[in-house]
Design a binder for this molecule. Structure first.
Ligand SMILES: NC(=O)c1ccc[n+]([C@@H]2O[C@H](COP(=O)([O-])OP(=O)(O)OC[C@H]3O[C@@H](n4cnc5c(N)ncnc54)[C@H](OP(=O)(O)O)[C@@H]3O)[C@@H](O)[C@H]2O)c1
Length: 339
C-alpha cells in the first residue's frame, strides 16, 4: 500500500516541505494503524518547518500534531477499537492523565516525539487515540488535539470560567477562536482583539460580545477592560512579548492570565508588582492529557460546538497551507486532506 508522507526534508524552510512515498507501516503489539483523513495546522508546525520552534530538531520529520481518521488495522493485543472506527489522535501519546512531566511532554507528535500526522497512514499506540462521538465529523476532530485542547485547558480546566465572568481573547487564530467558543459555552462575556476590521466582523458573528483592534488602538487593553464593564477575570494570552504587560495592567486583582503563546516574541518585559501586589495568577498552559481531550469531546458534542474551518488543501498542496498560516491570512483552522 502506498503511504504518502509530507516531510520537512534535509533542511528547514517551507520550500523544503516534500511529498515522499513510504512503505505502509504495520502496527505492533498494542498499536493501531490509522488511515489519516484530515490534519489541521498549528502555528507550532509552521515554526517547526521554519527552524524556529526547535532549531535542533532532527530532520527529516513528518510535521503536524493534529489528525483524525479511521482505524485501518489492529496490532496484536488491541482491545479498544474495531476496523473502521472513527478516531482522533492525541497530540501527546505518552500523556494520558494528570499533570505533565518531562517524559510525557517529550512525546509531542511532529516535534520531540518524532513523526507527526501529515501523512496517509500512521501507527500509534491504541491508548493514544480516542473514539469520536457520532456528532463530531473527522474533519472537525482533526482541528481539536492542539488548539482546542489548549483553549479548553485555559478556559475550563485551569481557568475555571464561570457564568458571568469576563474573558479576553487575542486574535482570530485557532486557539483564540476555540477559547471564544468555550468561554461562551461557560456563559462568559467575551472581549476579543484583532488586527483587521473584516476579522472583527467574523469575531462578532462567532459570538464575541465586543471587539478591539490591537493594531490601530494603542490603548487596546484598557479599551477591552472598559468593554468588559471594568473587570476582566481571565486573559488567554497568545501574543507574549507585546501583550503580557498590557494584560497585567488590566486583569482584575486575583484574576488569571493563561500564558499560551508567544506570537509577538518569547521574551516579555513585565511589571512584576502588577502580578504580585494584585495576586494575579500567571498560568502556563500546554495542551492537555488524553483524559482532558475526552472531556472536551463530550462537551463539544453536548453543546454542538462547530470548529471554525478557514480552508482546506490536498496533501500535495500542503506547502500552501503552511504559507497561508505563516502570513496569518486565516481565521480559525487550516485543514489538509491526505487522501
Ligand atoms: N501552549 C500550548 O500548548 C499551545 C498550543 C497551541 C498554540 N500555542 C501557541 O499559541 C499561539 C497561537 O497559536 P495558533 O495555532 O492559534 O496560531 P494562529 O492560528 O496562527 O493565530 C495567529 C493569530 O493570532 C493573532 N495575533 C498575532 N500576533 C498577535 C499579537 N501581537 N497580539 C494579538 N494577537 C496576535 C492574529 O490574529 P488577527 O489576524 O485576528 O489579528 C493571528 O492571525 C502560538 O504562539 C502558538 O505557538 C500554544
Amino acid at each position: 500500500m502506498i503511504n504518502q508522507n509530507m516531510i520537512i526534508s534535509g533542511s528547514f524552510g517551507l520550500d523544503h516541505l516534500e511529498l515522499v512515498g513510504r512503505e505502509a507501516p504495520e502496527p505492533g503489539h498494542g498499536e493501531v494503524l490509522v488511515r489519516v483523513e484530515a490534519v489541521s495546522l498549528n502555528r507550532r508546525d509552521v515554526l517547526l518547518a521554519q527552524g524556529v520552534y526547535n532549531p535542533k530538531q532532527k530532520l527529516p520529520i513528518v510535521p503536524c500534531s493534529d489528525g483524525a481518521g479511521t482505524i485501518a488495522a489492529l496490532g496484536p493485543g488491541c482491545t479498544r477499537f474495531s476496523i473502521g472506527d472513527r478516531v482522533v489522535i492525541h497530540m501527546f501519546p505518552g500523556w494520558l492523565a494528570g499533570e505533565p512531566d518531562r517524559d510525557k511532554l517529550a512525546t509531542g507528535l511532529g516535534g520531540p516525539g518524532g513523526d507527526g500526522t501529515l501523512r496517509q497512514l500512521m501507527v500509534i499506540r491504541e491508548d493514544s487515540v480516542v473514539a469520536l462521538p457520532q456528532s463530531i465529523s473527522i474533519e472537525a476532530a482533526a482541528t481539536l488535539p492542539c488548539a482546542a485542547l489548549t483553549a479548553w485547558s485555559a478556559i475550563v480546566e485551569n481557568g475555571n470560567t464561570r457564568a458571568g465572568d469576563s474573558v479576553l481573547i487575542q486574535g482570530t487564530g485557532g486557539v483564540s477562536l476555540f477559547a471564544l467558543q468555550f468561554a461562551k459555552m461557560c456563559g462568559a462575556h467575551v472581549v476579543a482583539t484583532t488586527s483587521s476590521a473584516a476579522k472583527a466582523e467574523r469575531l462578532k458573528a462567532l459570538g464575541a460580545d465586543a471587539v478591539v483592534n490591537y493594531r490601530t488602538e494603542h490603548n487596546w487593553a484598557s479599551m477591552a477592560r472598559d468593554l468588559a464593564g471594568g473587570r476582566i477575570d481571565l486573559i488567554v494570552d497568545v501574543g507574549g512579548a507585546e501583550t503580557l504587560d498590557a494584560g497585567l495592567r488590566v486583569i482584575r486583582p486575583g484574576g488569571t492570565i493563561a500564558l499560551v503563546g508567544v506570537l509577538s516574541g518569547a521574551k516579555a518585559e513585565i511589571n512584576l508588582p502588577l502580578a504580585l501586589m494584585r495576586q494575579v495568577r500567571l498560568q502556563g498552559v500546554t495542551c492537555g492529557p488524553r483524559e482532558s481531550l475526552e472531556a472536551m469531546l463530550r462537551a463539544i458534542a453536548l453543546h454542538g460546538i462547530d470548529p471554525v474551518i478557514d480552508s482546506r488543501f490536498p496533501l500535495a498542496e500542503a506547502r500552501n497551507a503552511f504559507v497561508r498560516m505563516a502570513e496569518s491570512a486565516h481565521v480559525g483552522k487550516i485543514i489538509v486532506l491526505p487522501h
